[in-house]
Design a protein around this ligand. Structure first.
Ligand SMILES: Cc1cc2nc3c(=O)[nH]c(=O)nc-3n(C[C@H](O)[C@H](O)[C@H](O)COP(=O)(O)O)c2cc1C
Length: 219
């Protein structure tokens, strides 16, 4: 997708776009890492520090879980789902056939990055810029999504595969308790990563013509 013949002034731009094109959802993952834990930590820390936020509010909070700590997330999710089965909300059969194997496939990976938004820190700025008050929460989530995307692309650039999950609010309380996190940290997404054991599925693209327009382009 997109032109391959375009010349860029900075070769890193082409490399960046190649990484963007190469990022996919990988579900088959194992608990091996192609890089050091320090390198993983650096990727996540750089995303926390350098991804922008509206008015530089810096609302994203991130927890990196590796090895056994990562497995705990998915044990908590399995426990939460078992609770739904016991409550009669989730049929036992679909839990055993579909939910549990899926959660165990996440558990089999190397790590999970938990992405949170601290909406409570936005109180003062909402007062200061009352006219934008209802925009700050969505802006905070958008900024968080940028961090998720950067970590996803960077981890895959290093040889990991990753997939993005959303088990909030089901696991929120157990997560906060297990790792002693502040109550104001609201969980948004879980990025599961590990060494790929299978290729991503086929991906269809809606034509650019129906999704993109350009005006005023020089000949
Ligand atoms: C905002 C967002 C939310 C997503 N939520 C989930 C999710 O909860 N579970 C999941 O398995 N994949 C989730 N995905 C992955 C998408 O299904 C996937 O990115 C999409 O089908 C395109 O495939 P690709 O990632 O291989 O390019 C999410 C992706 C985005 C961008």
């Amino acid at each position: 997708m997109g032109s391959t013949a375009t010349e860029f002034k900075n070769p890193a731009t082409a490399t960046l776009l190649e990484l963007v094109k190469g990022r996919r959802t990988y579900y088959g993952l194992k608990a091996e890492s192609p890089i050091s834990d320090d390198a993983i930590e650096r990727i996540v820390q750089d995303s926390v520090l350098h991804v922008p936020s509206s008015f530089n509010t810096q609302t994203s909070r991130v927890v990196l879980l590796l090895n056994e700590e990562h497995q705990k997330v998915w044990d908590l999710a399995i426990g939460a789902m078992e609770g739904l089965v016991a409550a009669g909300v989730l049929p036992q059969e679909s839990f055993e056939k579909s939910t549990k194997p899926k959660l165990n496939s996440f558990r089999a990976a190397y790590g999970t990055v938990l992405f949170f938004v601290d909406y409570e820190t936005l109180g003062p700025i909402k007062e200061k810029f009352a006219i934008y008050a209802d925009k700050f929460d969505p802006f905070a989530l958008e900024s968080n999504a940028m961090s998720q995307y950067l970590v996803w692309v960077a981890l895959e650039s290093e040889g990991f595969g990753a997939n993005l999950q959303h088990y909030s609010p089901l696991i929120d309380e157990a997560i906060a308790k297990t790792w002693g996190l502040p109550a104001s940290w609201k969980l948004d997404a879980q990025l599961v990563f590990g060494t790929p054991t299978s290729e991503p599925g086929e991906k269809a693209f809606e034509p650019l013509e129906s999704r993109f327009k350009v005006f005023g382009k020089s000949a």
